[in-house]
Ligand binder design. Structure first.
Ligand SMILES: [Fe+2]
Length: 239
C-alpha cells in the first residue's frame, strides 16, 4: 500500500514538528499496513529559497533515516506549489521523487489554478511527469482541462470519505486520470484512519491505484528501508 503524499519529515514543514511526531506518523502508517510513503514537504518557489529548501529536506530526511528502522520504504519528493514559469527553475529535477521524473504539483486556490497549462506543457516537454496534488480540492473543469493535456492526478484519502463529490473522483480513477492515493498526513491527529477508510470505499480500485503508482515510481530510490540498506537498490525492481 502506497501513500503518495505525506508530510512526515521532522521539521521540514508544518506536517511534523519534530522527530517524535515523524516516528509516531510512521508507527501509525505501519499499523495501517502502508509499505511505501513518498515524503512530500512543501516547496513554495514564490517565497522559499530553493537551496535552503533542498538543504532543509536533506537534513530532515537524514535525521529521519538515522532514527527510523522500520519496514516502510520512504521515498523523497516534494509538494511543489505551481507558478507560471516554474519549468525555468534551474535544478527543478531535484524536486522530483528521488530517482524518477515525477513531480507532485500543487495548484493555488486563488485565481490562478487554471493558468498553468503552458508551464505544464513545457515541464512535460522537458521530460518531467507532473502529478496534480489533491485534485479533489479544485474546480473539476479546471482539473479536467489539465487531464486533457495529459497531466494526471493524486487524490486525498479524506475526500473519498464524503459522498459529496465522490462520484467524479471515482470516475477519474476509472478513466485513468487519477493514479495515486495520498494521506496528505499533517501531524498525528487524523493518523491513517481516513486513508484506511478511503481504501475500503475504493475496494478493488485501491489495489489498481497502488499498481499504477508503483509503475510510476518503478525507478524510485528509497531513502530508507531494510532492502536498500542491504544494497539491493531500487525498491520496486528488488521485488
Ligand atoms: Fe500536502
Amino acid at each position: 500500500m502506497i501513500d503518495f503524499h505525506a508530510h512526515i519529515l521532522p521539521g521540514a514543514d508544518h506536517g511534523s514538528d519534530g522527530l517524535k511526531t515523524s516516528l509516531r506518523q510512521l508507527e501509525l502508517a505501519e499499523a495501517a499496513h502502508v509499505d511505501t510513503i513518498v515524503a512530500t514537504p512543501h516547496f513554495y518557489p514564490q517565497s522559499d529559497s530553493f537551496s535552503e529548501f533542498l538543504h532543509r529536506r536533506e537534513r530532515t530526511a537524514s535525521e529521519l533515516a538515522n532514527h527510523y528502522h522500520g519496514p516502510i520504504r520512504i521515498l523523497l519528493g516534494a509538494e511543489v506549489h505551481m507558478c507560471v514559469g516554474l519549468d525555468h527553475l534551474p535544478g527543478i529535477k531535484e524536486l522530483c521523487v528521488s530517482g524518477t521524473s515525477v513531480i507532485l504539483s500543487e495548484l493555488t486556490f486563488r485565481g490562478y489554478a487554471g493558468n498553468m497549462g503552458e508551464t505544464f506543457d513545457r515541464m512535460q516537454d522537458d521530460g518531467l511527469i507532473p502529478i496534480l496534488a489533491h485534485v479533489d480540492r479544485y474546480d473539476p473543469d479546471i482539473i479536467e482541462s489539465y487531464f486533457s493535456q495529459g497531466v494526471q492526478g493524486q487524490v486525498n484519502a479524506d475526500a473519498l470519505i464524503h459522498r459529496f463529490g465522490r462520484r467524479h473522483l471515482l470516475n477519474w480513477i476509472d478513466d485513468g486520470w487519477v493514479i495515486a492515493l495520498g494521506s496528505d498526513i499533517h501531524m498525528t491527529e487524523k493518523g491513517y484512519g481516513p486513508y484506511l477508510k478511503a481504501r475500503g470505499i475504493l475496494g478493488d480500485r485501491a489495489g489498481r491505484l497502488d499498481r499504477e503508482t508503483a509503475r510510476l515510481l518503478k525507478d524510485a530510490k528509497a531513502l530508507t528501508n531494510g532492502e536498500t540498506q542491504k544494497g539491493e537498490g531500487s525498491w520496486i525492481s528488488s521485488r
